[in-house]
Every structure is written in C-alpha cells, then in structure tokens.
Design a protein around this ligand. Structure first.
Ligand SMILES: [Zn+2]
Length: 142
C-alpha cells in the first residue's frame, strides 16, 4: 500500500522536478556555486505544486553541488493579449471565482473558456505571459 502511494506521488511530481532541474541547470550555467537566495518567478498558468517544487530545488541544488540557503517561488499573474483589438491585460487570479481558479490551475487552457477581452469581449486572445518560468534571480552571498 505504501509503495503504491509513493509511486503515485512520484508520478505527479515529475513535472515539478523537471522544472526544478531546469532552474538548477540555469544557475550552474551562470557559474553560480553559492547563493544566499534563489527567487524563481513562474506564471500562474504554470500549475506548480509549491512544496514539491521548492523541495526539488533544494534537493537538486545539493546534488549538483550548489549551496543555496533559501528558495522562493513568486507566482505572477498571467498577461493576455486580444487578437481582435490588440488590448493587453493582466488577470488578477485572486479576483476570479474559486471554481474558475481551480479549473485554470488544473488545465491552463481553461482560461479560454472562462475569460474574454475586457475591451471588446472577444474570446480570441493569446497568453503573453503566465506559462513556464519567467525569471530566476540569484542573490549572492556576501
Ligand atoms: Zn479585444
């Protein structure tokens, strides 16, 4: 029973570990061996399990020989751009209904079902920002 449960957890966490590894490789690539703080910015449409992700970053940094004191994950609101009128707007996820937020968390494409351009009401828009990791800031020790 215990083994089966663990296997499920690992399966769902693969995504977080892959993202964490891309962060660590990026940091390594910049020649950083020690960091006081790593600040990782991710779009809200990139559904990330915060605890698993932060744990994965800590573990992988050890594995790759980087000393990191603190890791922080900052979630950025998505930015959308209307394909009809060109209007660009930022979505305040906190202002959405909980069921909408949840749907978007599990399936980012759900934004197309729930949101529309606030300027012309078109549902033909694109996601300018909000997917993937947008920025990794390294605060050195000193
Ligand atoms: Zn529009």
């Amino acid at each position: 029973m215990r083994t089966a449960l663990k296997r499920v957890e690992v399966y769902f966490a693969v995504h977080e570990w892959a993202l964490a590894e891309s962060v660590i490789l990026y940091v390594l690539d910049r020649g950083v061996k020690e960091a006081k703080r790593l600040v990782i910015k991710a779009g809200a449409l990139q559904s990330i399990d915060r605890d698993i992700f932060l744990f994965a970053v800590q573990e992988l940094s050890k594995e790759y020989g980087i000393r990191v004191d603190e890791v922080e994950l900052v979630i950025e609101d998505p930015v959308l751009k209307c394909n009809v009128c060109g209007y660009t707007w930022s979505v305040d996820l906190a202002s959405l209904d909980e069921h909408v937020r949840e749907a978007i968390h599990f399936l980012p494409e759900a934004v197309y079902a729930y949101l529309k351009c606030p300027n012309c009401s078109s549902v033909d828009f694109e996601i300018v920002r909000g997917r993937g990791l947008s920025e990794v800031l390294v605060e050195g020790r000193g």
